[in-house]
Structures are given as structure tokens and as C-alpha cells.
Design a protein around this ligand. Structure first.
Ligand code: CP
Ligand code: NVA
Length: 303
């Protein structure tokens, strides 16, 4: 039985195979998950993750049950372990969106069914699968791709950096010094880049970061669960992807965003709605990539 709590729970070869299968199987309907039930426990809001997993599982013949964490006995003191043990007896797989990666790992240790991370404060691995699929729809050779991430060092930047490093791409993570990804995330990315043959650079200078980039990527300045602090916005202003920064990257550079976006904060309206933006293709790819993940983890021929 396999789980997908972080990008490295799949090998580089498995990730590339999954992305290729996702591209080849766009629009596929099958009965691979026939008779199987996928539970989805969410402690935070979601549009894409919730709907793409729901539709994806239906298109594979499975049944989906959405459960708001607030409505579970977890809030009244039932342990993660007891919950995992019980749900394992009803369901065939679970997508969990919550706060702490550590809690997710505790739950998973007690689970007897595959668990998929639908976002934690630390990681967003399903997003990274769709991101890589999107990149591969524009470039054949990951080792020749440069991705520049600008903004807050967060869950999305960590998973994006990891997956790019694993496949040998170059990544520049450009944040204000005090909003860099945590040390463990930097160390993890550097180690993966050494193994994967790519390069990871952590920098504070947006103009330098975007030079020669094939993709600019950004995410919200305030992630779910974070307080809006005006000082943080002030520090992030120079990292907004706007027309000037995109011009410095060049006319062939594409713009990515995991969404939801805040026009006028991390990205200008002109850029996200402009011709270099591929954000909706990227969002669509959540569905295609996650269907391959569900097949791999929950199908009869489980990897
Ligand atoms: N990108 C993403 O995970 O979107 P949702 O929060 O809408 O699921
Ligand atoms: N970093 C964002 C991503 C949302 C998909 C958050 O955690 O809120």
C-alpha cells in the first residue's frame, strides 16, 4: 500500500510516468475504481482539490464522500489514530486537507488505506504533479527548463521546488529574506537537486531570478490559516508578477499560479489574464494528474 503525503513518496521515474499517463489519458472514463469509496476530509476551504478529486474518482467509476473535519468527532477529542482505524474499515482511500503535516503523518501511520495529502501548511504535492504536467505540455526536456517562483516561501513553493529538482529542472525561489522557505525545505530541495541533476537557487532579487526563466510561478501572500499582516504585503510588493517583471523574463515565458489568485497582490490582473498565462490549463491538469494518482494508489493493480 502506498501513500502520497509528499512529492518524494513517488520516485522520479514514477512521477514522470504518471505525468505522461495523465497527458495520454485526458478525458478517460473507466471502471478502475468501481465498487471503491474515496473519502475526503477537509479542514480548510477548497475549490480545485475538492472538485477535481470528486470528478476524477467518478470518472474512474468510484464513489466519493466529502467530510468537513469540523463535523467529525475529531473536534470532540476522538484521536487521529482511532479515526484512521475506523475509516480504514469503510473506505478504500482518503484525501486529507489539514494544517499540520505531522498530524497527517500520524493519521497515515494508523491508516490501513492509501492517504493522499490534499494540502498541509508544509506541502501541496498534488498541486506539484499538475504543475509538472503543465510544464511538460510546453517543454519536452525538463533538464532545459528554468522555473522562477516569486513571493512567499510556502507549501506550494516547497512541493514545486522538490518536484522540479527531482526531474532535473532549474528552480530559482525568490522571496524576501524573512519569507524564505523554512530551513528544512531548503535543505530538502538542495539534496533533491543534487540527486536529480537539477539546480535550486534561493535568492532575494526578482530581476535576477526571472532572467532566462521559462516559467514564472507565484502563490498567495497569505496562505489559509495565516493572518493578513500589512507589513508582510509591504515586503512582498517587489515580488509581484506584473508586466514589468514578465517583460524582464521575455515573451516566451509562461506564467503559472496554483490559484486562488489575488489580482493586484501577488500577480497583476494584466499578467494573469494575459496571453502568457497558463493558469487555467494548470488548474485543469489537477483533474488529469490526480486521476492517475488515484489509479496508482487505489486501483486493483496498486503500485
Ligand atoms: N490550488 C488549490 O489547491 O486550490 P484549492 O484550494 O481551491 O483546492
Ligand atoms: N499557499 C496556499 C495554497 C492554496 C492552494 C494556501 O495554503 O492557502
Amino acid at each position: 500500500m502506498r501513500h502520497f503525503l509528499k512529492v518524494t513518496d513517488l520516485s522520479t521515474a514514477e512521477i514522470i510516468e504518471l505525468v505522461e499517463a495523465a497527458k495520454a489519458n485526458i478525458g478517460e472514463h473507466s471502471d478502475i475504481l468501481s465498487g471503491k469509496s474515496l473519502g475526503m476530509i477537509f479542514a480548510k476551504p477548497s475549490t480545485r482539490t475538492r472538485v477535481s478529486f470528486t470528478v476524477g474518482a467518478y470518472e474512474l467509476g468510484g464513489h466519493v464522500m466529502f467530510i468537513s473535519e469540523r463535523e467529525m468527532q475529531l473536534g470532540r477529542g476522538e484521536t487521529l489514530e482511532d479515526t484512521a482505524e475506523v475509516l480504514s474499515r469503510y473506505l478504500d482511500g482518503l484525501v486529507i486537507r489539514t494544517y499540520s503535516q505531522e498530524d497527517l503523518e500520524r493519521f497515515t501511520a494508523a491508516s490501513k488505506i492509501p492517504v493522499i495529502n490534499g494540502l498541509t501548511d508544509e506541502r501541496h504535492p498534488c498541486q506539484a504533479l499538475a504543475d509538472l504536467m503543465t510544464i511538460s505540455q510546453f517543454h519536452d526536456d525538463f533538464t532545459k527548463v528554468k522555473v522562477a517562483y516569486l513571493g512567499d516561501g510556502n507549501n506550494v513553493s516547497t512541493s514545486l521546488t522538490n518536484i522540479c529538482a527531482m526531474v532535473g529542472a532549474s528552480v530559482a525561489v525568490c522571496t524576501p529574506p524573512e519569507l524564505e522557505p523554512p530551513e528544512w525545505a531548503i535543505a530538502e530541495a538542495q539534496e533533491l537537486a543534487v540527486k536529480g541533476g537539477g539546480s535550486v537557487e534561493f535568492t532575494y532579487n526578482p530581476q535576477e531570478a526571472v532572467a532566462d526563466a521559462d516559467f514564472l510561478y507565484t502563490d498567495v501572500w497569505f496562505s489559509m490559516g495565516q493572518q493578513r499582516v500589512p507589513e508582510k504585503s509591504r515586503r512582498l510588493e517587489p515580488y509581484r508578477i506584473d508586466e514589468k517583471l514578465l517583460a524582464a523574463a521575455g515573451p516566451d515565458c509562461r506564467v503559472m499560479h496554483c490559484l486562488p489568485a489575488h489580482r493586484g497582490e501577488e500577480i497583476s490582473a494584466g499578467v494573469i489574464d494575459g496571453p502568457q498565462s497558463i493558469v487555467f490549463q494548470q488548474a485543469e491538469n489537477r483533474l488529469h494528474a490526480q486521476k492517475e494518482l488515484l489509479k496508482k494508489l487505489m486501483g486493483d493493480a496498486q503500485a
